[in-house]
Write a protein of this length. Structure first.
Length: 276
């Protein structure tokens, strides 16, 4: 075992005492609420799949444990990247595979780190821009993994997933939206069918989000008020149909001026949390 990562959950709105969440409720800010749903869907989906075949190539920088000797042997953190968390995990895969070392990188889904998410769209955009640049840097640095049989499912599943679904997806999504708008203006589009298809997409994505959200609430033995239940149900559709495409645009444009801003983290305003 050389590395293990846990789940990260937003604590905005929660009541924390002596380092423990004693009362959980959804944040008052709509943007923060939608991020709660987004985080739960993310951490209870692909990461569990990757863990089944030792294919995790991402451990959140907020919450991870590493075998120090192996990290040092592999070269440690890369100070020139904004995605040092992902870059380190991919580097560990490369180091162990190239040196034919048996290893495991695991995901502990029941271990939770509570974090604070941005409450303003401008701050969220800065964060997601940084994440996308870090993803791009890691994938380009270790592009030799792609299609390499030596890496097995890490190459053909994990790397391909992050390449297509994470790195390239915002370009695909934004291009799709633009294509639909142009087609509608030129009367090439069956609008009723498009709206039906969009409705199916929103419904399916909302079910995934709510399943992950309520499953996580159950596993941490917390209870939601009726108002929070309604809030989660109401906001999940907005998150997948509106916020998702806003962030897709942010991620798509994050590489513009890359060489000048590839190490610019940007300041994010955070609220003071009372842990006592």
């Amino acid at each position: 075992m050389i590395a293990v990562g846990g789940a990260v959950r937003p604590c905005n709105g929660a009541e924390i005492k002596n380092g423990r969440v004693i009362k959980y409720r959804l944040p008052n800010k709509i943007l923060s609420c939608m991020q709660v749903l987004e985080y739960d869907r993310s951490f209870l989906a692909a990461r569990i799949l990757f863990d089944k075949f030792n294919g995790s190539i991402m451990i959140s920088g907020a919450f991870g444990l590493f075998k120090k000797s192996t990290v040092i042997s592999a070269g440690g953190y890369d100070a020139d990247t904004m995605g040092e968390d992902m870059e380190l995990v991919v580097k560990l895969h490369v180091f162990c595979r190239e040196n034919m070392m048996p290893y495991r990188i695991r995901y502990a889904s029941d271990a939770i780190c509570w974090t604070q998410v941005p409450e303003k769209l401008g701050d969220l955009s800065k964060q997601r821009r940084r994440w996308h640049i870090g993803l791009f840097q890691s994938m380009m640095t270790h592009r030799s993994i792609l299609g390499n049989p030596r890496y097995g499912l890490v190459s053909f599943v994990s790397y391909m997933y992050f390449l297509i679904y994470e790195l390239l997806s915002p370009y695909i999504e934004v291009f799709g939206v633009i294509t639909m708008v142009v087609a509608m203006l030129l009367d090439f589009l069956n609008v009723p069918f498009m709206l039906l298809y969009l409705g199916i997409y929103v419904a399916y994505s909302s079910i995934l989000s709510l399943t992950a959200f309520f499953a996580r609430i159950h596993t941490i033995d917390q209870h939601l008020s009726f108002t929070d239940v309604l809030k989660a149900i109401g906001l999940c559709a907005i998150e997948v149909s509106c916020l998702r495409f806003i962030l897709a645009w942010v991620r798509m444009t994050s590489l513009i001026g890359y060489h000048k801003k590839k190490t610019d983290w940007g300041e994010i305003e955070r609220q003071t949390i009372d842990f006592n």
